[in-house]
Ligand binder design. Sequence first.
Ligand code: DX5
Ligand code: ZN
Length: 218
Amino acid sequence: MKLAASLLAADCACLAREVERVEPAVDLLHLDVMDGHFVPNLTFGPPVANALRKHTSLPFAIHLMIEHPVRYAREFQVSPVDSITFHIEAADPPEEALRAIRDLGCRVGISSRPRTPLAEVFPYLGMVDLVLVMSVEPGFGGQAFLPDAVGRIQALRREIGERAVEIAVDGGIGPGNVRNVVEAGADVVVAGSAIFGTPDPHAAALELWTRAGRTKRS
Ligand code: DX5
Ligand code: ZN
């Protein structure tokens, strides 16, 4: 398992300090980029993400919840350990987005809204490094986990077979369900509120590892 801390739930007035607090207990930083069109919320974009680089060595998992991923993906500073994930429901054709992100020299991911049939991402499994399974409706942190995500993860695991495609799960993950999603086949667990919505984010991240029954690889 890899644990990704979602900055959406962090104190955005002092992101560098928030990142520093959790860094030893997580593997990735998950950055939710929203444009007020694809989802009814606005967050941060390339200037904030790029400015954070000098404060951490953690890889970035950039989750684009925006209509035009091709237009904006290139504004993010990325390296081969980072990923950029876009939504299949966005306006750009998926093949074009996949190619444009791949050309930036980072990993590429695809995601879909909970109500989009997961089979719609299956044709792209040969072209992606990860699939981000949404376990809440994208747009906001702190929502309740949609239990049917467990079945979607299992189905995706079967469809992926031997291919080197990671499954990430995003939304409503906490101590009570982290083990379920990992046992269903998730490789990457994204948690926002369950980490930053607590008084001690570092301890909360460690608790997620314990509840998952996994240990962090250094
Ligand atoms: C929702 C975002 C999630 C969100 C998860 O649109 O994609 O990454 O930060 O937050 P929690 O863990 O609070 O559900
Ligand atoms: Zn996200």
